[in-house]
Design a protein around this ligand. Structure first.
Ligand SMILES: NC(=O)c1ccc[n+]([C@@H]2O[C@H](COP(=O)([O-])OP(=O)(O)OC[C@H]3O[C@@H](n4cnc5c(N)ncnc54)[C@H](O)[C@@H]3O)[C@@H](O)[C@H]2O)c1
Length: 292
């Protein structure tokens, strides 16, 4: 089995920063890269902020936080990731973006490097085929927020080798995570079930069955969900929700997965949820206020 000591994380958004955080706390050296220098800087501050919160809450001690921070290094050049033992891609949920990243990384990869994608829905087999090492490519799907959520969904592409799989499972477990295996079909398990529910909640809003508040209250208290579906859509990012619905719609060719036009409109407006300050709720004030 490959000995993982260093990990590269590509994309310093919500997921990339969460993954870098949990992987560094797990004792690995981390290189974090983003195409945007601004996002990379903001990502490093967010990791600092989130680690501090964990110290304040007594989840980790100051020494663990300091050690984790010394292990994470931001890098402006993608090629620096090529020398790590495991490169985890956590960039925007867009197949072309991800393939372009793997193509650009290819010439800089060392022979030993395993590749993983944190994609929520895109075919691992297709992404792996865009690299020189489909046998050493796997889906490592962390949940949001990665430092807190216990699950890592593991997705093997058609060519993923047994050693890659064993290494990935052991790596996830070393971070204190539980793994669940999903076959490589659109959106795997978690998002195959979860995201159509969020899309249906948006249809419920679109058709006037309930207000934003009524829908979220109903699902929180009526189905015992910790977050309402619209709040959860905002938390995930509405662009990501739309991408996943499109992958389901196109990949399974079934009209039951068609994205709600209201979801499309929010994304077109740039109202992407929490990360943009506005989605089904406006987060710019002291308390979130429904936007419809
Ligand atoms: N948001 C969630 O709840 C969630 C949960 C699990 C998995 N995911 C998956 O994780 C991935 C990232 O999602 P996110 O929520 O962090 O999105 P995000 O929008 O917060 O971050 C995406 C980041 O990728 C960067 N990026 C875009 N193109 C790049 C490139 N060519 N090279 C390097 N960086 C690039 C962007 O600058 C941005 O910082 C997606 O595949 C998504 O489906 C998301």
């Amino acid at each position: 089995m490959v000995q993982i000591k260093s990990v590269g994380v590509i994309g310093a958004g919500q997921m990339g920063t969460g993954i870098a955080h949990v992987v560094a706390l797990g004792g690995y050296d981390v290189l974090l890269h983003d195409v945007s220098a601004e996002r990379l800087e903001a990502g490093m501050s967010l990791i600092h902020h989130n680690l501090t919160r964990q110290v304040v809450r007594g989840i980790i001690d100051q020494a663990a936080m300091d050690a984790a921070l010394t292990r994470i290094k931001p890098v402006d050049e993608l090629q620096a990731i090529g020398g790590t033992d495991l490169a985890i891609e956590a960039a925007t949920e867009n197949e072309e973006t991800k393939k372009t990243i793997f193509k650009a990384l290819g010439p800089h990869l060392s022979d030993k490097t395993l590749l993983a994608s944190n994609t929520s829905s895109i075919s691992i087999t297709r992404l792996a085929a865009a690299t020189d090492r489909p046998d050493r490519f796997i889906g490592l799907h962390f949940m949001n927020p990665a430092p807190l959520m216990k699950l890592v969904e593991i997705i093997r592409g058609i060519a993923t080798g047994p050693e890659t799989y064993e290494t990935a499972v052991q790596f996830a477990q070393s971070l204190g995570k539980t793994t669940a295996n999903a076959e490589d079909f659109p959106a795997f398990i978690v998002n195959r079930v979860l995201v159509p529910m969020i899309n249906e909640a948006i249809y419920t809003l679109y058709e006037g069955v309930g207000t934003v508040e009524a829908i979220d209250t109903a699902m929180r208290l009526g189905a015992n969900h910790p977050m309402g579906p619209l709040e959860l859509g905002d938390f995930i990012g509405l662009d990501t929700v739309l991408s996943i619905m499109n992958v389901l719609y196109e990949g399974l060719a079934d009209s039951k997965y068609r994205p709600c036009p209201l979801l499309v409109k929010y994304v077109e407006a740039g109202w992407l949820g929490r990360k943009a300050g506005r989605g089904f709720y406006d987060y710019r004030g002291e308390h979130p206020i429904p936007t419809r």
